[in-house]
Unconditional design. Structure first.
Length: 96
């Protein structure tokens, strides 16, 4: 069974969007909690739990990029750049 690039991109885009949502949630939580040096033990637990939850979509995306790069024969960085472009990420000047 041949893997279609469009199907691969669709899946990777979904994973990137989940990763972006997780990152946005961590950013929101960090702003809500304020200065980490002032956190209570409960706030540290809240942050740790949110961090652990956010790691899953990042790991899934990273693993899928490796897998599909190998499966399709595309360069992993090229594949990641395609996904980044499709999800509206702007490359840094040294990445362009």
């Amino acid at each position: 069974m041949k893997i279609e690039l469009s199907d691969v991109l669709d899946e990777l885009i979904e994973l990137q969007e989940a990763t972006d949502e997780a990152h946005a949630e961590l950013t929101r939580l960090q702003e809500e909690l304020g200065d980490a040096a002032q956190w209570t033990d409960e706030q540290h637990v809240i942050w740790r739990d949110a961090w652990e939850e956010a790691r899953e979509p990042w790991w899934l995306l990273d693993t899928a990029l490796d897998h599909y790069a190998e499966t399709t024969g595309l360069d992993r960085d090229e594949l990641e750049a395609m996904v980044q472009k499709e999800t509206g990420h702007v490359p840094l000047p040294d990445e362009a």
